[in-house]
Design a protein around this ligand. Structure first.
Ligand SMILES: CC(C)(COP(=O)(O)OP(=O)(O)OC[C@H]1O[C@@H](n2cnc3c(N)ncnc32)[C@H](O)[C@@H]1OP(=O)(O)O)[C@@H](O)C(=O)NCCC(=O)NCCS
Length: 170
């Protein structure tokens, strides 16, 4: 029998978090803004600081971390009403079972008590992620051409999304 759980990651999860970030950047090299080499170069202390400064939710299958989604609040005084969804990833073998949706809903629920709007950026050709975000009410407000340089002469076009939360104006 398979046991599935979702919870916020703590300092105790730092090694599993690092491993899953590196797995994500390895498996999906054109999906994330962070380069694999940059991710590998991060120290355990840096990853621990990230966990402490943001809200990272993890999906566990039989105790193993297989998915994650993060929330972080913008820091400038005039932007503190906004939050960012980042590091959304589910291991390929665990996709299609609703883990991505559960993680995203956990981030949205957490964000409601912290900020007025949520933002995210997704490579516009990433149909699975775009469908997931739009199904959860995110609205596209822009496209950035030449957003990420993913190879010699190869760039992504990124889509910008936002989700108004309860306190936000319509
Ligand atoms: C996006 C991602 C997190 C979704 O995770 P998941 O656990 O499969 O998500 P869920 O099972 O909750 O939902 C999957 C949904 O996407 C749909 N889907 C899957 N592949 C799809 C595709 N190619 N096109 C359109 N929809 C697709 C499924 O039909 C399902 O929809 P349903 O709930 O209506 O049946 C996962 O695909 C992933 O990690 N991708 C690689 C990393 C990534 O793209 N991250 C986002 C960076 S912005």
């Amino acid at each position: 029998m398979t046991e599935v759980a979702i919870r916020r990651l703590t300092a105790n999860d730092v090694h599993a978090f690092r491993a899953l970030r590196i797995e994500a950047m390895t498996a999906e090299p054109e999906t994330f803004g962070t380069d694999l080499a940059e991710e590998r170069a991060k120290s355990v202390e840096t990853s621990a600081a990230t966990l402490a400064a943001t809200a990272l939710f993890g999906s566990f299958v039989d105790g193993e971390l297989v998915g994650m989604a993060g929330f972080s609040r913008l820091k400038p005084l005039r932007e503190r009403h906004k939050g960012l969804v980042w590091s959304m990833y589910v291991r390929a073998s665990s996709r299609g079972y609703g883990l991505g949706g559960t993680l995203l809903r956990a981030v949205i629920a957490h964000a409601r008590s912290e900020v007025e709007t949520l933002q995210l950026v997704v490579v516009s050709t990433n149909t699975a992620a775009v469908a997931l975000y739009e199904r959860h009410g995110f609205r596209r407000w822009g496209l950035e051409p030449f957003a990420l340089k993913v190879g010699e002469g190869r760039y992504t076009t990124d889509a910008y999304y936002w989700l108004p939360l309860a306190q936000a104006p319509p």
